[in-house]
Design a protein around this ligand. Sequence first.
Ligand code: AQP
Length: 327
Amino acid sequence: MKKRVFSGIQPTGNIHIGNYLGAIKRWVSMQANYDNIFCIVDLHAITVLQDPKVLKAKIRELTGLYLAAGIDENKSIVFLQSHIHEHSQLAWIMNCFIPMGWMQRMTQFKEKSAKQKETVSTGLFDYPALMAADILLYKTDVVPVGEDQKQHVELARDAAQRFNNIYGETFVLPEPLIAEVGARIMGLDDPTKKMSKSENAPNHAIGLLDTPDVIRKKIMRATTDSQTTVIFDTTRPGIYNLLTIYQTLTGENKKDIEAKFEGKGYGDFKKALAEVVIESLRPLQERYKELTADPGHIDAILKSGADKARPLAEKTLAEVKKRIGLG
Ligand code: AQP
């Protein structure tokens, strides 16, 4: 039997090359070897206030991007989180098993709540409990995510272990799967900060649907330093980040890349990187246009995905309720 993979992305902001390299591209490359479930996590999205019309459009956009990138709805289940009520129900149960102290240690909440101050929602604090429910409902073995989500997957694992210790073997203990390269793509405008879709600065991120001209401009303007050699040097975060994007997209090794750009400056390297990014995204963008021409097609895929995911979720929730003595 194949191991089960579960992962998801929030349908918010502009999906960027960090989301692609840290998550979607890896899901596609692993697809044949696992039993896959990929979710559009709209319940997570509403932990921050969303415009309903925009949210609806972003759900279709993200689904289209999953499929355009190569997620095959015949090999993987692709569904919308809010279509399966069991996610919210198990999240409540998880709330009752996860100690507050564990949640208070989550660095993502600390960072995001520091930006939002007093408007921060209870849902944002509780985000890891919902994420634990997402993962545990499907008896997930492996959760491929970017580095920023590792702590949340570990919390899901700890919560599963705690539940199993109290009530007996119920949940599979999930493992985070983090790529060696590309798991933390940094902002182009500030390479000391993670590329993030909630960051609005115009030159921060390369969007998966950016035009070739926009991609060229963003890369040419990316922050580097006053040195000139094109080498993987962690003390020079700007060029290191651009080289990492190049490496992840081409699959070439560090030594070969350094040799290719020996004697050339940052300008030449940035031009070459822009072309690599444009050509890597071209097939995805073309396929995206075809797939989303009829929004009804995307909606039908989400409905069919929910029909496949629901029986799995119902089975786990029924088992959990029985263990606890509910219902
Ligand atoms: N910069 C990144 N490098 C590599 N991987 C990344 N991921 C996110 N940023 C990077 C991975 O993409 C998936 C999407 O996660 P999400 O939408 O659930 O939320 P996130 O991690 O909070 O993503 P963002 O882009 O930073 O969005 P906002 O700004 O809304 O918070 C995850 O697997 C994540 O690890």
